[in-house]
Design a protein. Structure first.
Lengths: 392, 278
């Protein structure tokens, strides 16, 4: 087995990148993801990787450089956060539309305005429809493991789509936790050699990327991307099974925590799920059947599997660390779709929490579970969508 | 508290949260001094800021109207503002080198091209110091930074006879100056000229960052050493020697020589309207 160390989330992700040893990386600093590329740049400077590192003048250029390098036939990575991802938005669609398996750690941070540097999921959720695979990570270990697996998932012949691996800014990116690295050769064997498809450097077989496609064929392109997305689920599970063999750590499409017989269920992404688990344990000791679903694969969203996992729940509280202002939180919309399209009609509430890095405390979980209990007893929902820990 | 800080800034923002020894406050003071000497009041100025050290430390500091732009976009926002504001209102932007000369360069060039009446103070700490000290577009060649451990070797906008100020001049800027924080009243005079110019003015002001630049390039956070390091590489225009990195003074003064952006638009829109009415 690998080395056990105490490192930050950013360090862990940078270490995974060192082991992946991509052909090209583009870098532009933005808090809180800067440290990922900063550490990776030192691996480049120290000759520990073979990567060509290009420092660019904006995140738009960073993703553009990645697309260029991917078109040439390279294994390509970059990292960003918040406004950086927002500025990349145009190019995110280009990367997915051209089917380049670029892999990018996204250190989740709130979007301006007002400017805020702390963690929430508004950046990742804002790029939900960009055609990227999105994996979310509770802690540094999961971010490290997800990044390595993302290479295999993105590059799979049935997929060939870009992937972002999300973790919470500061809460995970800058916190030191104990975790385990895999040995270099194990990672190298696991990800395998990069096999470019239709690279521009194959001058015997010229290809054109991204030409004008009008109404006659545009929908077919999008349909193909959707089909590729539908293949992701199986690939994620296959890759996870193989990954478990080398690491001993099991992954699925989501984590179901004490969910089997749960009458009350919480759905929470990333680090806050860890906080909720402890509180759930306390309630379970009191005999209250409450559980947690922590999604891992958010795009494509595994509707059927999620609905099955939540099938015993009579009341579900979906917590969102991002908001679709004027609508429900993005996770609530997915869970709601998953339940209703699979014939279930649980009572559901949506709580928006932790925006701009607002602390998410165990008492917030207590508050939500108590409300779910009350709804189960009375059948009454007072407020469908509400905010946790906010001044009124 | 400093009398200018009291007159023009929000008391709770002074002192700023800048690191100990940071030179940004000196630049900020020079801007306030210029405003004071021009007899301008709080209500005469709208202040815009960007991202990074320069943006963060001056954001929300001005007592009057102000706005925070996203990284590199503040020039585009300010041009929109210029069109809507009465011409006697001044717009001052305090931004950083990464903002102006990197991510926002395209917008900056178009603000210069259109000769929009803005005074841009580019507070240059020689790279991306807010994110830990990566080299940028004005980092002196050979400098050790977080991302250039063997010395910065990339061509940038201050090397190999490329000067961002000359680019801006040719783009149409009507007032351009360069200073270092230690220039005192000379810098104040340039800022005054910039504010007086009814057109695009830019004052490039290098300032010391002991925390990230100093600690890596000089191996010390000693403020005095870094101030000396910068000062020894700065000389007034015409007095440069082989060590000079920053020749200081007014680079280009074509104040009030070209039509100003918003006046030009207003004038032409009026002309077209009159024509249509006839």
């Amino acid at each position: 087995m690998g080395k056990k160390l105490a490192v930050t989330g950013n360090q862990a992700v940078a270490e995974a990148m060192r082991q992946i040893n991509p052909d090209v990386c583009a870098a532009y600093p933005i808090t809180p993801s800067t440290e990922v590329m900063q550490r990776f740049a030192s691996f480049v400077a120290d000759g520990k990787v073979d990567t060509e590192l290009v420092t660019v003048e904006s995140e738009h250029s960073a993703m553009s450089a990645c697309i260029g390098a991917a078109a040439a036939g390279g294994r390509v990575m970059t990292a960003t956060s918040s406004q950086g991802l927002a500025l990349m938005w145009e190019m995110l669609h280009i990367a997915s539309g051209m089917r380049f398996p670029i892999v990018m750690p996204l250190v989740n941070r709130a979007l301006s305005a007002p400017i805020n540097i702390h963690g929430d999921h508004s950046d990742g959720m804002g790029s939900r429809d960009c055609g990227w695979i999105q994996l979310f990570s509770e802690n540094g270990q999961e971010a490290y493991d997800n990044l390595i697996q993302a290479i295999r998932i993105a590059e799979h012949d049935d997929v060939r789509l870009p992937a972002m691996v999300c973790m919470d800014g500061f809460i995970i990116s800058h916190s030191i936790e104990s975790m385990e690295y895999l040995p270099d050769d194990v990672v190298r064997n696991f990800i395998g050699e990069f096999r470019p498809k239709n690279p521009l450097l194959d001058i015997e077989n010229p290809v054109t990327y991204g030409p004008l496609v009008l109404p006659d064929f545009f929908m077919e392109f999008k349909r193909q991307q959707h089909e590729a997305m539908l293949n992701v689920k199986d690939v994620v599970l296959d890759v996870a099974r193989e990954f478990e063999k080398i690491s001993g750590r099991g992954y699925g499409l989501f984590e179901a925590y004490r969910l089997d017989d749960a009458e009350l269920a919480l759905v929470i992404l990333n680090s806050a799920a860890g906080t909720a688990k402890d509180v759930i344990d306390e309630y379970r000791e009191k005999g209250i059947k409450v559980g947690l679903l922590k999604p891992r694969l958010f795009r494509p969203f595994p509707y059927k599997e999620v609905a099955e996992a939540l099938s015993s729940a009579r009341v579900i509280g979906v917590l969102d660390r991002a908001d679709s202002l004027g609508g429900f939180g993005p996770m609530y919309m997915e869970i709601s779709s998953a339940m209703t399209t699979n014939g279930a009609k649980p009572l559901m509430i949506n709580k928006i929490y932790g925006l701009g890095g607002r602390d998410f405390m165990p008492e917030h979980v207590v508050q939500v579970i108590d409300e779910l209990k009350e709804i189960a007893e009375t059948g009454n929902i007072r407020l469908q969508k509400d905010f946790l820990g906010v001044r009124e | 508290m400093d009398y200018l800080a009291k007159k023009y800034t929000r008391p709770r923002k002074i002192p700023s949260t800048a690191c100990s020894g940071c030179g940004l406050g000196i630049n900020h003071k020079a801007v306030l001094q210029a405003i004071y000497e021009l007899g301008l009041e709080v209500e005469d100025i709208v202040w815009g800021t960007s991202i990074g050290c320069a943006g963060r430390q001056t954001f929300g500091t001005w007592k009057g109207d102000g706005f925070a732009g996203t990284h590199g976009r503040v020039y585009a926002i300010a041009r929109g503002l210029r069109l809507a504001l009465p011409s006697e209102k001044k717009i001052i932007l305090t931004v950083g080198d990464g903002d102006a000369f990197g991510i926002g360069l395209l917008h900056l060039i178009h603000a210069a091209r259109s000769n929009a009446d803005l005074t841009v103070i580019v507070n240059d700490n020689l790279g991306y110091m807010s994110t830990g000290g990566q080299y940028g577009w004005t980092t002196p060649l050979g400098s050790k930074t977080d991302s250039s451990p063997y010395g910065m070797y990339e061509q940038n906008l201050m090397s190999d006879d490329i000067d961002v100020l000359s680019m801006l001049k040719h783009a149409g800027a009507t007032f351009i100056a360069r200073h270092v924080s230690m220039d005192g009243q000379r810098a104040v005079e340039s800022i005054k000229k910039g504010i007086r110019n009814r057109g695009f003015s830019l004052i490039h002001m290098v300032y010391p960052c002991p925390t990230n630049f100093g600690s890596r390039e000089l191996g010390t956070r000693n403020t005095i050493k870094l101030y000396e390091w910068i000062e020894s590489r700065a000389a007034p225009l015409g007095e440069e020697d082989e060590n000079t990195v920053w020749a200081t003074g007014v680079y280009h003064d074509a104040s009030n020589s070209r039509p100003e952006f918003s006046e030009n638009i207003h004038k032409n829109v009026e002309r077209i309207r009159r024509g249509a009415a006839l």
